[in-house]
Design a protein around this ligand. Structure first.
Ligand code: DAH
Length: 334
């Protein structure tokens, strides 16, 4: 005898809704879907249905079968064993999540870019992996210059041996900026530079520089000096001063060493001192020629400062290595 299929479907689905744990679910499976289950029984009874009714009844049978199997499959996903054992103690104090902050060097860089930005310097950049043209030749550093030796540079090996190197100075960006755009130009560039120095309290094989370049008609040494004075006061405070000492760089003529009087921390006590920060000068005509700028029409100044120096003096950091060890106890102080 074929059971009432509508009633069977209703009963099966209603019963499934009462199942709340895995044991009851298994019992349900045996009762309805097992080899001796009610669904199997109904399928067997289908044989006794008169031939002409078979298609219609068979179709309905299939619908009921998939409805029950579908509902069972869904129930399997939601009926889960409840955890046994001790309950979670919601009153336990959690772990404190450490609060992050900008690295002291990043902070210094952001401040420098901010001041230079307000003075009209646009930010430019260039690659850390450079060719000899941008790191040397275009900067008026000839092939024979002692600074080009393998002991003073990180040259790459392999197919590009002796051709590509990690840049030793951000002055490379002066060249890239002048190759990319015609004067007038007023740019600054901040980035990493690399030199094979043994690490000690004041040397590291990687450090940061900020470069400035201004090219226009009738730019003079007075513009250079007043720009640097303005920068020093905006960055270090009204009492800051600068002084220029005659020096030599291949890419500037005349060239000067730049000292700034800045407020430095010494044993936790602030004081004003002269600190050597980098170099500067008037762009050498040979540099202009290398990038196709007419030195009769254009003049310019450039400067380059070491950023670690600034940060270390300003914040009283006695060892450059501390800046790169990323010890949170050190970094948290700034
Ligand atoms: N590139 C020089 C260095 O790394 C610093 C420097 C000197 C940059 C004079 C300049 C400059 O732009 O005009 O030692």
């Amino acid at each position: 005898m074929l059971p009432d299929l509508d009633a069977m479907e209703r009963d099966a689905l209603a019963e499934l809704r009462t199942v709340v744990d895995p044991a009851a679910l298994e019992a349900y499976r045996v009762r309805w879907l097992g080899t001796n289950g009610r669904l199997r029984g109904a399928l067997d009874a289908l044989k006794s249905v008169p031939k002409e009714q078979k298609p219609a009844v068979g179709k309905r049978m299939n619908e009921v079968k998939s409805a029950i199997e579908g509902a069972f499959a869904a129930a399997k996903l939601t009926v889960v064993a409840l955890p046994t054992g001790p309950a979670v103690d919601v009153t336990e104090p959690g772990f404190a999540v450490g609060e992050g902050a900008r690295h002291v060097l990043t902070k210094t860089i952001d401040e420098i870019v901010d001041v230079l930005g307000r003075m009209g310097f646009a930010v430019a950049d260039g690659p850390e992996l450079e060719d000899e043209w941008h790191n040397f030749n275009a900067l008026n550093i000839p092939d024979t210059h002692p600074a080009r030796g393998p002991a003073d540079n990180f040259f790459l090996g392999g197919e590009v041996a002796g051709k590509l190197l990690l840049r030793t100075q951000t002055s490379t960006v002066q060249i890239r900026a002048m190759e990319a755009a015609k004067p007038p130009l007023k740019i600054c560039a901040i980035g990493r530079v690399y030199r094979p120095d043994a690490h000690d309290a004041t040397h590291y094989s990687m450090f940061h520089q900020v470069e400035g370049l201004f090219v226009d008609r009738h730019v003079s040494m007075v513009d250079l000096k007043s720009t640097l004075v303005q920068f020093a006061k905006a960055f270090f405070g009204e009492e800051a001063e600068i002084r220029l000492r005659p020096s030599f760089f291949p890419f500037t003529e005349p060239s000067a060493e730049l000292d700034m009087k800045m407020r430095v921390m010494r044993n936790g006590v602030p004081e004003w001192r002269w600190i050597e920060l980098g170099g500067c000068g008037m762009v050498d005509p040979n540099v202009f020629k290398a990038v196709g700028v007419d030195p009769e029409e254009w003049t310019g100044f450039a400067f380059g400062l070491g950023i670690e120096r600034v940060a270390m003096r300003k914040y009283g950091i006695g060892d450059i290595r501390l800046l790169f060890e990323n010890d949170a106890r050190f970094l948290r102080q700034f």
